[in-house]
Design a protein around this ligand. Sequence first.
Ligand SMILES: [Zn+2]
Length: 64
Amino acid sequence: MTDPYGCHNSKREAGYYASAGMMVSGHPPVQVRVSIATYIEDAASKACQYDQRANDPRCEGCQK
Ligand SMILES: [Zn+2]
């Protein structure tokens, strides 16, 4: 069954974490390398393509 909705009703995440690199934290001799994660919001995940979104409660929260 295909999803009739082109919106967040599909199983898409609202965003994802992307690695933004590493940094060194602490002072010698105790230093640790910490990976930095940046949260990337998937702006397209709430863009609704469903033409009946105004009448469908499942589209609550959709953006036009
Ligand atoms: Zn929708």
